[in-house]
Design a protein around this ligand. Structure first.
Ligand SMILES: *Cc1c(COP(=O)(O)O)cnc(C)c1O
Length: 257
């Protein structure tokens, strides 16, 4: 049976229309990792830039025709830097997972160990061996978790960090009731020359609105995030904040020659 393209096309348009009506007007979304994009963000997102390539770094692209994209990326970087009190911001990652992957790729070698919260305690697959760290051949060990406090066990974690000397310690997850102990783990993390990464995907909007402590102000070395959870931006838009020394390494590896 062959498909009638005209009726298939009108079905496509119809599906989009009924989806929009259903999800925007007729239902209450209880999926914590989703949001309704702000109308302003939606207006800005739906423009010609959406379909353009802007590979490379600002001012150093592989494609022509990016002068306004460059201006916008520069402005966005400044806005994010100010909003989150970050020294450096990279707005290019197209999702939270990609932002995390960029951090791993820049700071680790295959075989290195990273510490993250177990999935059963609310962590995200992009912190775990069956996600990006596994693809990059990293060894993932559990940060000790205290189920009664529903938080990372600080004393046991400090002991483990000193023992296994990981390259990255990841805080921040997809389910948490309380801020994770950034300040409490920082000395031990730096003592072994590791990096404290806070994944703020679920709380970015709360951080922007000052309803959740800003991990960067608490001393986290890097913060990554999605932009579509409590932060009402588009799916995919993401950013990571990278300290100067790491940024240099990241640029060396990923900048066009
Ligand atoms: C959702 C989530 C991500 C992944 O973000 P995507 O933009 O969906 O790739 C990463 N980390 C945490 C903690 C998340 O909750």
């Amino acid at each position: 049976m062959s498909l009638d393209i005209d009726s298939a096309l009108s079905r496509v348009l119809d599906l989009v229309k009924v989806h929009n009506r259903w999800r925007r007007l007729e239902s209450i979304n209880l999926i914590a990792s989703e949001n309704v994009m702000s109308p302003l963000a939606e207006y800005v997102y739906l423009n010609d830039m959406e379909g353009r390539y802007a590979e490379g770094t600002l001012g150093n692209r592989y494609y022509q025709g990016t002068k306004y994209i460059d201006a916008l990326e520069g402005l966005l970087t400044d806005i994010m830097r100010q909003l989150f009190h970050a020294k450096f911001v990279d707005v290019r990652p197209i999702s939270g997972t990609i932002a995390n992957t960029a951090v791993y790729a820049a700071l680790t070698e295959p075989g290195d160990t990273i510490l993250s919260i177990p999935i059963t305690a609310g962590s995200h697959i992009s912190h775990r061996a069956n996600g990006a760290p596994g693809i990059l051949r990293l060894k993932v060990m559990n940060l000790p978790w205290d189920n009664d406090e529903f938080n990372v066990d600080v004393d046991k974690s400090i002991k483990l960090i000193r023992e296994v000397k990981p390259k990255i310690v990841i805080l921040g997850s997809s389910v948490y009731l309380f801020p994770h102990p950034v300040r409490e783990l920082l000395d031990a993390v730096h003592e072994v020359n590791a990096v404290l990464l806070h994944d703020s995907a679920h709380v970015l909007g709360l951080i922007a609105g000052k309803a959740f402590p800003n991990p960067l102000e608490l001393g986290a070395d890097i913060m990554t995030s999605s932009t579509h959870k409590t932060f009402p931006g588009p799916q995919e838009g993401s950013f990571s904040q990278i300290m100067r020394s790491y940024l240099a390494k990241y640029r060396r590896r990923y900048s066009p020659a």
